[in-house]
Design a protein around this ligand. Structure first.
Ligand code: NDP
Ligand SMILES: O=C(O)C1=N[C@H](C(=O)O)C[C@H](O)C1
Length: 275
């Protein structure tokens, strides 16, 4: 039987912490092939993407022209996928461009607003193009969120603390926002105040996300990505915690998403929907 053609993949943000990890993972996956590597950081333009990623030369240079690379992807026999780990300020335009060219986006970049996600969903729907937006690719976080949903049936008070490295641009994290959304969709009213609170220093009580769930963001060198969901009730505290110690933890989810997005015709948000 003839072997299926590998999925052609463009990585946007190729020189970044996640982009490098994704390029390594793709280089080890038999059913996909890297056809383009994009980054805006001038230090890496023209360098071999495999060498930058630390997996040896692959003869794919890092370029700064997404449009030209998407045009090239349209010439492939199999429809391509664009993996985006860039920056909140550019991700919306990147995803729109990819969809416009029929290249399916797998989006790890956080910071898209709910309105932007809705617009992208409408655009993907009209174009009948699969698109995945995944705030967190680690299986451990999906399990934490499922446990939190279960715990919310028994606790009326909950707050989220997310802790990240201090190179992170957006706060709160996309994962924390999604966690609050998942808990908010359950028809409960959380955290009813029993005293009138006043913040003596602005931000002391964190931000208020969906359904009155507060998120507190910590940024420190030495951290990678961590999240606690803390439930409280009379006489007890129930804490769920996930810790990332290496960005390789995201790669099974990224590879699965590349495979799954080729079967979709619209936008899907969240890893839990494709497991
Ligand atoms: N969904 C998930 O599971 C995860 C999501 N993330 C998210 O992914 C994103 C990237 O994270 P990370 O790899 O740590 O960040 P890095 O800053 O290490 O890497 C991002 C890279 O993309 C480049 N870049 C930024 N904007 C553009 C653009 N518009 N076009 C092309 N290249 C661009 C950056 O260049 P320059 O340095 O010049 O800005 C940099 O080289 C963040 O939003 C982060 O929150 C991270 C980990 C897991
Ligand atoms: O910037 C990061 O590092 C991460 N970003 C994502 C987020 O904002 O939730 C996922 C993970 O927390 C790592």
């Amino acid at each position: 039987m003839a072997k299926e053609s590998p999925i052609p993949v463009v990585v946007n943000g190729a020189a970044g912490k996640m982009g490098r990890e994704v390029i390594k993972a793709i280089s080890e996956a038999e059913d996909m092939t890297l056809i383009g590597a994009i980054d805006r950081n001038p230090k890496y333009i023209g360098q071999d993407a495999g060498e930058v990623a630390g997996c040896g030369a692959i003869e794919i240079p890092i370029l700064d022209d997404l449009q030209a690379t998407l045009v090239m992807a349209t010439q492939e026999r199999v429809q391509g996928v664009m993996v985006d780990f860039t920056h909140p300020d550019g991700v919306y335009d990147n995803v729109r461009s990819a969809i416009a060219y029929g290249v399916r986006p797998v989006v790890g970049t956080t910071g898209l607003s709910p309105a932007q996600i809705k617009e992208l969903a409408d655009f993907a729907e009209k174009a009948s193009t699969g698109c995945l937006i995944i705030p967190n690719f680690s299986i451990g976080m999906v399990l934490l969120q499922q446990a939190a949903i279960q715990a919310s049936q028994h606790f009326d008070h909950v707050e989220i603390i997310e802790l990240h490295h201090n190179q992170k641009a957006d706060a709160p994290s996309g994962t924390a926002i999604q966690t609050a959304q998942l808990l908010a969709g359950l028809g409960k009213t959380y955290n009813q105040a029993i005293v009138e609170e006043s913040e003596k220093l602005t931000g002391a009580r964190g931000c208020v996300a969906d359904d009155n769930i507060r998120i507190h963001s910590v940024r420190l060198p030495g951290l990678i990505a961590h999240q606690e969901v803390i439930f409280g009730a009379a006489g007890q505290i129930y804490t769920l915690r996930h810790d990332t110690s290496d960005r390789s933890c995201y790669m099974p989810g990224v590879l699965l998403s590349i495979r799954k997005v080729t079967q979709l015709k619209s936008l899907v948000y969240g890893l839990e929907k494709i497991l």
